[in-house]
Write a protein that binds this ligand. Structure first.
Ligand SMILES: C[S@@+](CC[C@H](N)C(=O)[O-])C[C@H]1O[C@@H](n2cnc3c(N)ncnc32)[C@H](O)[C@@H]1O
Length: 225
């Protein structure tokens, strides 16, 4: 494709909110970074539609990946180490799993409600295996009913569900901590116009808050127990 055509295509996907020249430049850089990560891992995690079923029940949020630069930022903020077991709630096509597994951890687990997405995430992990330093497992399950493994030390939630599903998932995290007391961090990302569903968890304390940068209207918060 000609350079000019590429640039015009890039310009056409810059959101209207990015009105200042600086914002437009930052957005173009973010898009370029996204393409870079997709190429680096050899995957396409942009849209779920190509992977079959995408409809989700009430209180579940359909697949929408966090832009790659924010996944990098969010996973970086967790300061993962080789003792960590990273869990992505609502793993989708595996973007956060891939980013986390670049670091040497104990293991990485994704739980995803929709089998077609989970299968594609598993394929993506396989494709990217030469870039990964940690084994990754993708489980097909409803987070509301799924028992959190007692070695998980980091739970990552990019706005996967709300309401009773979130309450049930939070109860599962807490039950795991009761079974096996340990340190745990939670990264929760949500739109600014939605409530922070971890704010009322009195067994967690806010540790860090990150903005969404050019991706306006998003708050990411790290909690710890
Ligand atoms: C906003 S996307 C998160 C994408 C992913 N974490 C990432 O960073 O690329 C939400 C995901 O949560 C999944 N999901 C929704 N409800 C769920 C549930 N009850 N249990 C497990 N996964 C669920 C959806 O199918 C979707 O893939």
């Amino acid at each position: 494709m000609e350079t000019w055509t590429r640039l015009r295509r890039l310009a056409s996907i810059i959101p209207r909110g990015a009105s200042s020249p600086i914002d437009r430049l930052r957005w173009a850089l973010a898009q370029a970074e996204s393409h870079g990560w997709e190429r680096y891992f050899g995957v396409d995690t942009r849209r779920a539609a190509a992977h079959g079923q995408t409809a989700v029940p009430a209180e579940s949020i359909a697949y929408e990946p966090l832009p790659w630069f924010l996944v990098r930022h969010a996973v970086g903020a967790l300061e993962l180490s080789h003792d960590d077991v990273f869990l992505d709630y609502g793993a989708g096509l595996g973007r956060a799993l891939l980013m986390a597994a670049r670091t040497k951890l104990k293991r990485v687990v994704g739980v995803e409600l929709l089998k077609p997405l989970a299968d594609s995430a598993t394929k993506n992990v396989l494709t990217a295996r030469h870039r990964l330093r940690t084994p990754v497992e993708v489980v097909v399950a409803d987070a509301a009913a799924w028992d959190v493994p007692d070695d998980v030390t980091v739970a990552y939630l990019f706005n996967p569900f709300v309401g009773t599903v979130m309450a049930a998932a939070q109860a599962k995290i807490r039950a795991s901590l009761t079974r096996r007391p340990r340190s745990l961090r939670v990264l929760y990302a949500h739109a600014d116009d939605q409530p922070d569903l971890f704010a009322a968890c009195d067994w967690l304390r806010p540790r860090r808050q990150l903005g969404g940068g050019i991706y306006k209207g998003l708050t990411l918060r790290v909690y710890g127990n």
